[in-house]
Each structure stands twice: as structure tokens, then as C-alpha cells.
Design a protein. Structure first.
Length: 399
């Protein structure tokens, strides 16, 4: 083989050796460009305010008249006097149950739901798979609260005394107590922790001819067994900034954080096992109209009057009580929910969605009155419920 042939052979072999490297580099560049473009598009969409929406699915729902709608895992539960049904993000039925109640009251947590007949003795506990337990309580039901494991607390009143019972999902009663009106007062509301071991009850009582509030904490887990009736703490509303503050609503926003909503302020308690009775107090500006919460945020919708002008404000806090966002509005929205990183406000005529600590996502009119709204697992897609119609929408347009 002459020198010319050797040189050609060498050049050819070298080109074959380095071609895969060029291909690899080009592929990496393409991937990097694609990732960067995807990030840019996502960031742009995360700041985008949409102008309209497309209805991508419509479905008729049962019950033309409902008593309430509550969130469950992957969808919502609608309950009425003659039954309840849970639907997913596409409006498809997950489960349903038939009953006959004069005045149903309900609560949900995760995939579990409890429905009781206020003034009656019928209680249904649903496990999210279609199975349920039907319990007949010993006394007329006032309120119900359910935990993420299906433990269900029931507040009852027989006209003379008040009682609280806790039931397993199979209907077995595991806690039964008289709240003793002469000691604690008249019970107003109750809440169960996510694990079902902790119970908080708000009471009203009279002191010096004035109405007062009391918050009572129970623990039925290992720690609580060392305390009589599991009672691990009491907090008196007279210790807040407002002696006449009536606290009528209580919620576990996390398994260890309790929010108690009053007429004039919100109290936040830490309750790992035993409550820290030194609460964080948040005074309202204006009149509280509605509240909402998630595992990360607590939201207050209040009405404010200044020189005859009425405005509405949504103020958001983290679960420690630190204020993180506020929005002023000229119009009132009867529906108010915190859903993931968004705040959803809706009414008969309008829908307003804004990003927490971000800009508006959508603010405009709707073609049908919205009675409930929740986000789906697809970007910029929401479910709107209007009476007995389910609409899944996708936000479009805007900039």
C-alpha cells in the first residue's frame, strides 16, 4: 500500500471515530435547548393571565337541589336529602349512596366522608370505595367531623345534655362522653385531627351576664390515656384581646395545627400531643364573611367599609400565622376556596382565580352560575359545578 493510500485510510478511520461524538454533542444541545424552551414556556404560563375558557367536557349530575358540596380525594362529594354522590375530575361517579334525611350535615377528609341527619339519629360513614356503614346514634345529631382514616366524631344533643361519640369506619363506637354543660358550656363545633386521635371542641358559656367562649382539647392516643377522659387542655376566650369574642368554628389545618375562628379574630394553636395554650392571635380587619384553608395556607375573606365604600379583601396566612398575600376586590364572591397554589373565588356571575403570591390567572364572567369550583390535575384546567351540571374547562387566550 503506497503512502497516498495509507493517508486516505487514516483520514477515513478518524472520521468514523469522531462522528458519534459530534452526534452526541448535537443531541445534548438539542435537549438543552428543549429544556430551556420548556422552562421558559412554563414560566410564561405561570405568569399568564388568561382571557377566556373552553368547555372541554359537560355532564349532568344527580340532585337538582343539594345541601352542600365538599372536596374529596380526586373530586367532590355532593349531598342532598335523599342521597350523596362523589364524582371525579371528569364528572364520573366514584360512588353513591341513598338515604332519607330531613337535614343532612357532612364532613370529608381524604377519601372518607360522613353524613348525619341533623336532629335525627342516622349516620353514614363512606370509605371512598363505595362501601359504607350506617350507624344509629343514641341521641339527635348536631354536627359531624371525620378524619383521614375514617374515624368519625359526632356531636349530639337530646334537649337536656350534649354528647360526643367517635366511631370507627365499621360503625363501632370507641369514644362516648357527656360534655357536661355546667362545666364546659354549650358545644358549638368540633374537629378531628387527620389521624383521628385528637379532638377539639368549642363551647359557649355565660360569665357575668356576658357570653364567652372556651376551647377544649382531647387526646385519645397514647399520651391522652394518662389524662381523665383524654382532656389535655382548655383555653378561655377571655384571655384574648376581645373578651366578647365568640369562637364558633374550629378546624385542624394540619394534624398538629388548630385554627379557631371567632367573631373578631383567629386563634392558631400548636397541638403535637398536648396543646400549647399560648395561641397566635390574628385580628380581623373588617367583618369576616368566609374562610378557607389548606395544609399550607389559611385564607380570610372580609368585608371592609371606608367612607361609605364597601370593598372585600382576601388575606392569606401560612399555618404559623405569617401574612403572605392580600387582594382587594370591589365585588363579593360567595364561593371561596384555596386549592393548591391558587385561590378560587366564584359567584352567580363571575369567576376569579389568582396565584398565591403571584398574579391573576383568570378574572371574568361565567356563562352559568358557579356553585363550586376546583382545579384538576391538568394545567389550567378547572371543574365548575352549576346546579346539577358539571363542566370541565381549560383556560385559554390572554397574555
Amino acid at each position: 500500500m503506497d503512502e497516498a493510500t495509507k493517508q486516505v485510510t487514516k483520514e477515513y478511520t478518524g472520521e468514523s471515530r469522531f462522528r458519534p461524538i459530534y452526534i452526541l454533542i448535537a443531541a445534548i444541545v438539542i435537549v438543552v435547548i428543549g429544556v430551556a424552551a420548556g422552562i421558559w414556556i412554563k414560566r410564561r404560563n405561570d405568569r399568564k393571565t388568561y382571557a377566556a375558557y373552553d368547555v372541554i367536557k359537560t355532564k349532568q349530575l344527580p340532585f337538582t337541589s343539594v345541601n352542600g358540596t365538599l372536596p374529596i380525594r380526586d373530586g367532590v362529594m355532593r349531598y342532598a336529602r335523599d342521597g350523596a354522590e362523589a364524582v371525579n375530575q371528569d364528572g364520573e361517579s366514584l360512588w353513591n349512596v341513598s338515604y332519607n334525611m330531613a337535614n343532612p350535615v357532612a364532613d370529608t377528609c381524604g377519601r372518607y366522608a360522613a353524613i348525619g341527619d341533623a336532629g335525627g339519629v342516622s349516620l353514614y360513614i363512606m370509605d371512598g370505595s363505595g362501601a359504607f356503614s350506617n350507624v344509629t346514634t343514641d341521641h339527635p345529631i348536631v354536627r359531624v367531623a371525620i378524619a383521614a382514616n375514617g374515624e368519625t366524631a359526632v356531636l349530639m344533643d337530646d334537649g337536656k345534655d350534649d354528647y360526643i361519640s367517635i366511631y370507627h369506619t365499621d360503625g363501632k363506637r370507641v369514644v362516648d362522653m357527656n360534655t357536661v354543660t355546667t362545666v364546659n358550656g354549650f358545644p358549638l363545633d368540633l374537629a378531628l385531627s387527620e389521624d383521628g386521635t385528637k379532638l377539639v371542641v368549642t363551647f359557649a358559656y355565660f360569665e357575668d351576664d356576658n357570653i364567652r367562649s372556651r376551647v377544649v382539647f382531647y387526646n385519645f392516643g397514647g399520651v391522652g390515656r394518662s389524662y381523665y377522659d383524654g382532656l389535655v387542655g382548655k383555653a378561655e376566650s377571655v384571655k384574648t384581646e376581645h373578651a366578647d369574642n365568640l369562637f364558633a368554628d374550629v378546624e385542624f389545618v394540619t394534624n398538629d395545627r388548630v385554627a379557631v375562628f371567632g367573631d373578631k379574630s383567629l386563634l392558631l394553636y400548636e397541638m403535637d400531643e398536648i396543646p400549647n395554650l399560648e395561641a397566635k392571635e390574628i385580628e380581623y380587619t373588617g367583618t369576616l364573611r368566609r374562610f378557607s384553608f389548606s395544609s399550607k395556607y389559611i385564607g380570610l375573606l372580609s368585608e371592609r367599609r371606608d367612607s361609605g365604600r364597601i370593598q372585600y379583601a382576601v388575606t392569606l396566612y401560612d399555618t404559623t400565622g405569617k401574612q403572605i398575600d392580600t387582594r382587594m376586590m370591589d365585588n363579593y364572591y360567595g364561593g371561596f376556596r384555596i386549592d393548591g397554589g391558587d385561590v378560587l373565588l366564584y359567584s352567580d356571575v363571575a369567576l376569579y382565580i389568582f396565584r398565591i403570591k403571584g398574579n391573576d390567572k383568570y378574572k371574568s364572567s361565567v356563562s352559568r352560575a358557579v356553585t363550586y369550583c376546583f382545579s384538576t390535575d391538568q394545567d389550567n384546567s378547572f371543574a365548575l359545578i352549576s346546579d346539577n351540571q358539571f363542566n370541565r374547562i381549560r383556560l385559554i387566550g390572554g397574555n
